[in-house]
Each structure stands twice: as structure tokens, then as C-alpha cells.
Design a protein around this ligand. Structure first.
Ligand code: THG
Length: 266
């Protein structure tokens, strides 16, 4: 399971404040905590700062890497210019979050990613808007994967995000997403799937519980990457355990070592 720590996101009030006051200490603390808790990539998102996003994203990357011995970042922006700015100061192999089928975004980002070892999230979104059905997601995934592979991106570096929509707005949004994960995992061998799952619970009470349950269901369908809060111990324990239960843990080694490290108790 590839875990992307989601906490450095300017949609969170404390982070927006730290960014606008250039409070590096707060950002660096949140970065190190997420890494220690098991995040493989640290997501950085400054999307609320229109006009300053590129500059702020660069500042985030520099500070996160300084605090974490150059841990890799997940550069989270719909704006190709902000992604390129962040990439220019990033050390090591970053994850691009994300390319989509939206024409302006696709045309600007494809040449940046082509032929590189960058990891890339391929978001199932097009100029026609957000997909709702499994079929719509598959069509977009197919075009994104083919475009990337034809431009010398290794399938192993592609993480398809079928895009979670809130189950509170349509009862079928959960199952359409889950079926998309299953179909993408089966049809495109060697490609990964990933998502920021918290949108599933939008508008409903006790969101943590819904997110956790949904993560486990998605892992059963083949999901192998998640953008989550890695400081949520119960979520992390659920992920480790779910992977063991779907046959991705030889001799239950991961489960047992997590247990010994006291990660499976509350
Ligand atoms: N797919 C991809 N990237 C993404 C998303 C996705 N990036 C952004 C988002 N979705 C995932 N990241 C976050 C970051 C923070 C929060 C949620 C998702 C968050 N949410 C609180 C909540 O949901 O209640 C609100 C703020 C708070 O409580 O502090 O923190 O789907 N590729």
C-alpha cells in the first residue's frame, strides 16, 4: 500500500495560516510526523492561494524536504505551472497529482512527465466534468494510460484515481467507484490505483468511520494507494490488516511486525 500523507493542504485552516505567515516550523512538524507514521509521499497543496500557488508550492516542497531528509512529495495542483515550479526545486522522484484528460492540463503536463521516472496520478476527469459511472471512469482511464505509456511512462509509475464522489449525493457513488477500482486493476495489469477517499463521506456525520470502512472495501477490490491522514492510527491499522486479508502479506509478516511495533492496538 502506497500511503500519501494528506495533511499539508491549504484547505485546512492551520496549514493556510502557516503558509501565509511563512511559519516553516509548523509545516516541518506536520511533514515529519506524517513520515514517521508511515507516509511514503507527503502531499503538498496550496490551491486556495490563487495567483501565488506556484510560489507557495515551491516553498512547501523546500521546507518539507529540509525537515524529512528529502522525503518525496506528492505535488497536488490542477495548475501545470504550479506543478512545474514545485518540480524544479524537488529532490528525488516526485509524484505528480495529477494529470487528467482536461485538455489544457493534459497538454501542459504530458511533456513534463514523458520519458521520466516521475510517479503520476492519472485522475479520471475530463472536460465533460466528473465521471459518475464505472464505464465513464474506465473510458477516461484507458485514454490516460495509453497516452502516458505511449510517451514512455512505465505502467508501474501510473496511479489511476477513479475519483471518489460523495455517497450522500447519490446512493450509487460508492459502488461505482469500487467497481471502477476492480475493473481498472483487472484490465490494466501493472498499473496502480489510488484515491483521496475522504470525499465519500462529505456531508455525513462521523466521517472518519465511513472513510475507514470505504478504504477497506476498496482494498478488497484491488486499491493499492491512498491519500489519507497517516496520523489516524485506526486507519493505518485497518490498511495493514486489510492488505493481509486480501493476500498481499506473505506469512502475515507485515501484520505481525506492525503488531510488535504496537500499531495494531488502541
Ligand atoms: N484525489 C487526488 N488528490 C486529492 C484528492 C483526491 N487531493 C486533495 C484531496 N482529494 C485529498 N486531500 C485531503 C486533504 C485534507 C483533507 C481531506 C482531503 C481534510 N479534510 C477535512 C475533512 O474532510 O473533514 C477538513 C479539514 C479538517 O478537518 O482539518 O483535512 O481525491 N488525486
Amino acid at each position: 500500500m502506497l500511503v500519501v500523507g494528506e495533511l499539508i493542504n491549504a484547505s485546512r485552516k492551520a496549514i493556510a495560516e502557516a503558509i501565509s505567515t511563512k511559519d516553516a516550523e509548523t509545516i516541518q512538524k506536520v511533514a515529519s510526523e506524517q513520515l514517521e507514521a508511515g507516509a511514503n509521499f507527503i502531499d503538498v497543496n496550496a490551491g486556495v492561494f490563487v495567483g501565488k500557488e506556484a510560489e507557495y508550492l515551491q516553498w512547501l516542497v523546500k521546507n518539507v524536504q529540509e525537515a524529512t531528509n528529502d522525503a518525496p512529495c506528492c505535488l497536488d495542483s490542477p495548475d501545470p505551472k504550479a506543478i512545474q515550479a514545485a518540480l524544479s526545486v524537488h529532490k528525488g522522484i516526485a509524484m505528480i497529482n495529477s494529470i487528467s484528460l482536461e485538455k489544457i492540463r493534459y497538454d501542459a503536463l504530458l511533456p513534463v512527465i514523458a520519458g521520466t521516472d516521475l510517479k503520476v496520478i492519472a485522475l479520471c476527469m475530463s472536460d465533460e466534468g466528473m465521471p459518475e459511472t464505472t464505464e465513464q471512469r474506465l473510458k477516461i482511464a484507458d485514454r490516460l494510460i495509453n497516452g502516458l505509456v505511449q510517451n514512455n511512462v512505465q505502467p508501474d509509475n501510473i496511479y489511476v484515481d477513479p475519483l471518489v464522489q460523495p455517497v450522500g449525493t447519490n446512493k450509487d457513488f460508492g459502488v461505482e467507484f469500487l467497481n471502477a477500482v476492480e475493473a481498472i486493476s483487472k484490465e490494466f495489469k501493472g498499473v496502480h490505483t489510488m484515491c483521496g477517499l475522504s470525499n465519500i463521506s462529505y456531508g455525513l456525520p462521523n466521517r472518519k468511520f465511513i472513510n475507514q470502512t470505504f478504504a477497506i472495501m476498496a482494498i478488497a477490490k484491488g486499491l493499492d494507494g491512498l491519500i489519507i491522514n497517516p496520523l489516524d492510527k485506526r486507519m493505518m491499522a485497518s490498511l495493514i490488516t486489510a492488505e493481509t486479508l486480501v493476500g498481499r502479506d506473505n506469512f502475515c509478516m507485515n501484520y505481525l511486525s506492525a503488531y510488535r511495533a504496537q500499531k495494531i492496538e488502541f
